[in-house]
Design a protein around this ligand. Structure first.
Ligand SMILES: [Zn+2]
Length: 55
C-alpha cells in the first residue's frame, strides 16, 4: 500500500509558508502563487494556492 503523494509534514510546511506570506504580502486575501506554473506571477486566494502546491 502506498502513502499519499504529499505527507502531513509537507502540508504543514505549505500552511506555514502561506501564513507567513499572508502576513507579509497578502493583499485582499490573495497572494502570488509560488507553484511552478504560476511562478509568482498570478494571484490567487489561499485555497487555490494550496491546490496548486499539492499538484
Ligand atoms: Zn499556481
Amino acid at each position: 500500500m502506498q502513502g499519499p503523494r504529499w505527507s502531513d509534514e509537507y502540508f504543514m510546511g505549505i500552511n506555514k509558508f502561506l501564513d507567513f506570506n499572508f502576513e507579509k504580502v497578502g493583499t485582499h486575501g490573495k497572494i502570488n502563487c509560488p507553484c511552478t506554473k504560476c511562478s509568482h506571477r498570478l494571484w490567487y486566494d489561499r485555497r487555490i494556492v494550496v491546490d496548486h502546491l499539492l499538484h
